[in-house]
Ligand binder design. Structure first.
Ligand code: ADP
Ligand code: ASP
Ligand code: MG
Length: 466
């Protein structure tokens, strides 16, 4: 069997969903499990409704919700078979009743607690998936809607719940195997799960990719397909460099670094479950299914390209801790990092000198308590509005002189915290956020003006406007 995940733009309206059904039909013989995101901008829309309700403006929240509802009902009507229409309308109607009740609760609470946030945002996928299941039936397949929540067991860390694999894996296997019998095409939700008590959770924004990989690994899939709005993994974000080219094949290690360091095309955790089971992953364009996309495999074929792609993460903070007590002290770093662990704050990059440590943070939710605890270690300063740029390629490991090529191509930009990661397949550094676009454009020019066509494919059309 295979897992086919379709992102927000790939289910945004009836036209997109018709493209989806024909893609699924073309691979029907491979026993697909279909996992979908919310339609288009629904997740943000639902969270906006929640914010309006929390601010006390229930009328505005309801109005906003009505536009979301109208779009779903219209799409359902355009796609479903006549005999399916009533039950689909009923299912959507019930879901919107529940959402209205949640908005009341949020208004009462006067705030969007993480738990209420998940109670709202999970509805995007719960609304899109029955529409897609109906569309598959209208296209002659046996679309079977599967509620993933009782299967995808998580802890109760709302908005970033952690999947409990030992409980989830057997449930996922059992649930989807049953739905696949007799030619069924299960259609389920990415992004969401539930606690042991049955309370709805979400696993983090953009998490549908990760869900697809978890499901694929639990079912020992032959392949996990991520269908999105670009031709595959590109040499950088096409929103910054419109001529970004497709990378034909990339290793798990390279793609993981890119995802971790900001390439939005894959959620950072996506490849972990697939890698553990060595399941190939591909990234493909639902608007151009004739393009075979990017293959992510255990070992990529040898390539002459020094850099495969450039990722970046914006809006990060750098914390500097200066202390002469570090000199010759053992255990200093352990105690220092314990502060980040206690406040559940991941650190992306680290640089140390004899008397200072710098770390970068992407998640600044607990920044204040972190800073307060760090005061005990020395003088602490924070630089906000920074960006991390990461160049990835397995050849970076063996090539002398690469650093000078990187930094001379962006000599006009101030660079700090350079790191040639332990894996040695990435070179990362920090620039001011305002410089990131210029730096990425210059780096792209330096490394991708001449493309090795065995490794890359030039875009047929510019992928997105810069
Ligand atoms: P989906 O809704 O299908 O999950 P996303 O918007 O989450 O889609 O991810 C796809 C987007 O990721 C692309 O439209 C592109 O702007 C962005 N992106 C950033 N870096 C890259 C990259 N290296 N390769 C491809 N896309 C990238
Ligand atoms: N719909 C969710 C989001 O917008 C999950 C996803 O699309 O992957 O974050
Ligand atoms: Mg995504």
């Amino acid at each position: 069997m295979i897992v086919m995940k379709f992102g927000g733009t790939s289910v945004e309206d009836a036209t997109a969903i018709r493209r989806l059904t024909s893609i699924v039909r073309s691979q029907h013989h491979r026993q697909p499990v279909v996992a979908v995101s919310a339609m288009g901008k629904t997740t943000n829309g639902l969270l906006e409704c929640a914010r309006l309700a929390a601010s006390g403006d229930l009328t505005a929240a309801r109005e906003k919700l009505e536009t979301i509802a109208a779009h779903h009902f219209k799409t359902a009507d355009q796609l479903a078979l006549a005999e399916d229409k009533d039950s689909l309308r009923q299912a959507l109607g019930n879901r919107f009743d529940e959402i209205r009740a949640t908005l009341e609760q949020i208004k009462q609470a006067g705030e969007v607690t993480p738990r209420l946030s998940d109670a709202m945002s999970a509805n995007g996928e719960l609304l899109s998936s029955p529409v897609v299941a109906a569309a598959l039936r209208a296209d002659g397949m046996k679309g079977v809607w599967v509620d993933v929540r009782p299967l995808m067991r998580t802890n109760d860390d709302f908005t970033r719940a952690v999947v409990q694999f030992e409980l989830a894996n057997p449930k996922l296997k059992e649930g989807f195997t049953a739905a696949l019998t007799d030619g069924g095409v299960p259609v389920t939700q990415g992004f969401i799960g539930s606690t042991a008590e049955g309370v709805t959770t979400t696993i983090g924004r953009g998490g549908s990719d990760y869900s697809a990989s978890i499901i694929g690994a639990a079912l020992d899939a032959d392949e996990i397909q991520i269908w999105t709005d670009v031709d595959g993994i590109l040499t950088t974000d096409p929103r910054i460099v419109s001529e970004a080219a497709k990378v034909k094949t990339i290793s798990f290690a390279e793609a993981s670094e890119l995802a971790y360091f900001g390439a939005k095309v894959l959620h950072p955790s996506t490849l972990l479950p697939a890698m553990a089971k060595e399941i190939p992953v591909c990234v493909r364009n639902s608007r151009r299914p004739q393009n075979e996309g990017t293959a992510i495999v255990r070992t990529a074929p040898p390539s002459s390209a020094l850099v495969k792609a450039i990722a970046f993460k914006r809006g990060i903070s750098v914390i500097n801790i200066a202390s002469d007590r570090m000199l010759m002290a053992y255990g200093f770093l352990a105690r220092l990092f314990d502060v980040f662990a206690r406040h559940e704050t991941p650190v992306d990059m680290v640089a140390t000198s004899e008397v200072s440590v710098s770390v970068t943070l992407d998640d600044t939710r607990n920044l204040d308590p972190v800073l307060a605890d760090l005061q005990a270690f020395g003088e602490v300063s924070v630089e906000r509005d920074q960006a991390l740029i990461c160049l990835v390629g397995e050849k970076l490991k063996f090539t002398p002189g690469v650093a000078s090529r990187i930094f001379s191509s962006i000599e006009q930009v101030n660079v700090s915290m350079i790191s040639h990661g332990a894996s040695a397949i990435n070179v990362s550094f920090i620039v001011a956020d305002r410089d990131v676009e210029q730096a990425v454009k210059s780096l792209h020019r330096e490394f991708f003006s001449q493309l090795d066509m065995a490794t890359f494919e030039a875009p047929a059309v510019a992928q997105a406007s810069a």
